[in-house]
Design a protein around this ligand. Structure first.
Ligand SMILES: Cc1cc2nc3c(=O)[nH]c(=O)nc-3n(C[C@H](O)[C@H](O)[C@H](O)COP(=O)(O)O)c2cc1C
Length: 345
């Protein structure tokens, strides 16, 4: 049987994301900041503990493997390996959009493989805003997607730019907030909203928090440009829209201001490509950090072991920064140490 359009698209996404042609030229913004060294640190480096509470469980690092793939045969091995890494690291893992699973059951295994290999770590289901906005059966759709991966939370990706540039895209989210509110009320597990690289502003986050989302993953600019991915799929270029989006650092800093009013988890993603980026995101107010494309590249290059050692090395860097800034907990890191570079001259 020929692959469905959705399945074909998922395959092309994987292939393009293995190249660096889809990276933003602009920065995630974290290079505007640096840490203030604290010479009289009394933190015991060996006692720094990064255990973080997320979805009512302790996870070993403030990090999750972002939603990436599923719905195409290439995804099965990738998801299996990423799930094994997530289990070993005791961190959550997201599956890619489950839209394909709403079309037919041909690729169910590519999603199920995540739960089968992730043990008891959190698995996050995933669906796009266009489906949430337009489906007349959204509550039942959520149930199917949750059951398929025994999801601990559902992630809704809100991707207007990607829909706009995809020839088969649906750039019409009319009804999104209303349907999202309905599904949040009727679904047994928390709902997290994310972008895919253009960032969630404070204003957008406020609307989402008002209807009861559990978490906001800003997925800002500076990492993978999904405009670039879609344009390249169609052999087009557009210098302006390829670079469209709010830098991740800006989103984290401004959305974090909403914590005084709303109780939610703030996830920083979009170009988090090393431990320094992760530490800066946590210092600007993120509860958790997340990455996508760099982990896809790593798993293809160096298998499960590569992903595990990459994440370990990032969080060794985070610990070193905490030690040097006199912070024994992530909470302290959030309050201390990060400065705009111009303040440090
Ligand atoms: C191959 C690939 C497929 C992706 N598919 C999805 C998806 O189905 N759903 C989703 O919410 N995000 C998807 N994303 C977006 C990521 O979750 C993330 O928001 C974005 O790539 C920015 O993070 P990065 O700069 O670390 O790659 C995908 C990313 C990659 C690399």
């Amino acid at each position: 049987m020929a692959a469905s359009k959705t399945s074909e698209r998922k395959k092309e996404h994987i292939q393009l994301c293995l190249t660096d042609k889809v990276a933003f030229k602009k920065s995630n913004g974290f290079d505007e900041y640096d840490f203030e060294h604290f010479a009289i640190t009394e933190v015991d480096f060996s006692k720094i503990d990064l255990t973080t509470r997320f979805l009512k469980k302790d996870i070993s690092f403030p990090f999750l493997i972002s939603c990436m793939t599923g719905g195409t045969s290439e995804a099965e091995r990738i998801n299996e390996k990423l799930a094994i890494a997530a289990k070993e690291l005791n961190i959550p893992i997201g599956v890619g959009s489950q839209r394909q699973a709403l079309e037919d059951n041909k690729h169910y295994a590519t999603y199920k493989v995540v739960r089968e290999n992730a043990g008891s770590v959190h698995v996050l289901g995933n669906i796009g805003a266009a489906q949430v906005a337009t489906s007349k059966t959204i509550v039942d759709d959520f149930k199917l997607m949750i059951d398929l991966v025994e999801a601990d939370a559902m992630v809704v990706h809100i991707n207007p730019l990607q829909e706009l540039l995809q020839p088969e895209g649906e750039p019409n989210f009319d009804g999104l907030l209303k349907n999202l509110e309905k599904v949040i009320a009727k679904t047994s597990i928390p709902v997290i909203c994310k972008e895919v690289g253009s960032g969630i502003s404070k204003k957008a986050a406020k609307h989402l928090l008002e209807i009861g989302v559990y978490g906001i993953d800003v997925a800002g600019a500076g990492g993978t440009s999904w405009a670039a991915v879609e344009l390249q799929r169609n052999k087009k270029t557009d210098a302006y829209f390829s670079e469209w989006g709010l830098p991740t650092s800006y989103c984290v800093k401004t959305v974090a201001e909403l914590k005084s009013k709303y109780n939610f988890k703030l996830i920083a993603s979009g170009g988090i490509n090393d431990g320094v980026d992760a530490a800066k995101a946590l210092a600007l107010g993120a509860d958790i950090t997340a990455s996508a494309r760099i982990l896809l590249q790593e798993v293809m290059k160096s298998d499960v072991e590569g992903v595990i050692s990459l994440i370990h090395s990032w969080f060794e860097t985070v610990k070193k920064i905490m030690y040097l800034t006199g912070c024994s907990s992530i909470k302290q890191l959030t309050k201390n140490g990060l400065k705009r570079k111009e303040e440090l001259v």
